[in-house]
Write a new protein. Sequence first.
Length: 219
Amino acid sequence: MNIDNFKYRVYGRTRSRGKKSITKENFLLKTEKYIIKKLDKKTNYILDIGSGYGESTIFLSTNNKKNIIISCETYINGNLNLVNKIENHGVTNIRIYPGNVNQFLDNLNQDIKLKKIYILFPDPWPKKKHIKRRLITNDFLKKLNIFLQPNGEIVIATDSLSYSKQIFKCIFNVKDLFNWNNQRNMYLDLNDYYDLETKYYNKAIISGKKPSIFILTKI
Ligand SMILES: C[S@@+](CC[C@H](N)C(=O)[O-])C[C@H]1O[C@@H](n2cnc3c(N)ncnc32)[C@H](O)[C@@H]1O
């Protein structure tokens, strides 16, 4: 899969400033072994979109040992951090796609059907002028639907009230494609479902925000 395509614009930072920056060659050298090359129809894949520093990817790999976890992340230092974690934990069921998820999906054979897709704390882009940058839209959910197995799940978490409202609207707009599983549950907090703390989950808790989780199943 070619990840050098500038058609896919990335908002936000792709590398950290200062000393921690790395050349493209060194990045490829460090990550090459883990980069996903080809997917096959027989494997069960779980896609972790915007995996940040990789806490969720490691969590998913530990809890789904028979599946392959694909971490899709544009942030170079996040990918490097995940590779360090993979090596420290001796994990064998993680592959990485260090690029834009739209590019990953647009190049994916439509015969490939994913078991689950996680989108934990997508960038909230709170300013009105930046709202168009948000990842979760009607069209994005429709695109994910193409690549999900029957009964496949999408798990979304956010601590942004305004993004939650947008997600509610999107779920309504694509109601023919997905059931919203936890719609009637009293608890909508990520930790009511998963014993998982990511960097952005902890940031939300420290600032007194309550993250919400949306679990959708493909109809
Ligand atoms: C707010 S962070 C959340 C990171 C992590 N999931 C967590 O909970 O700590 C959102 C992440 O999504 C990544 N991201 C944003 N747009 C993306 C895209 N189109 N494809 C892949 N990753 C993306 C960003 O680089 C960033 O690391």
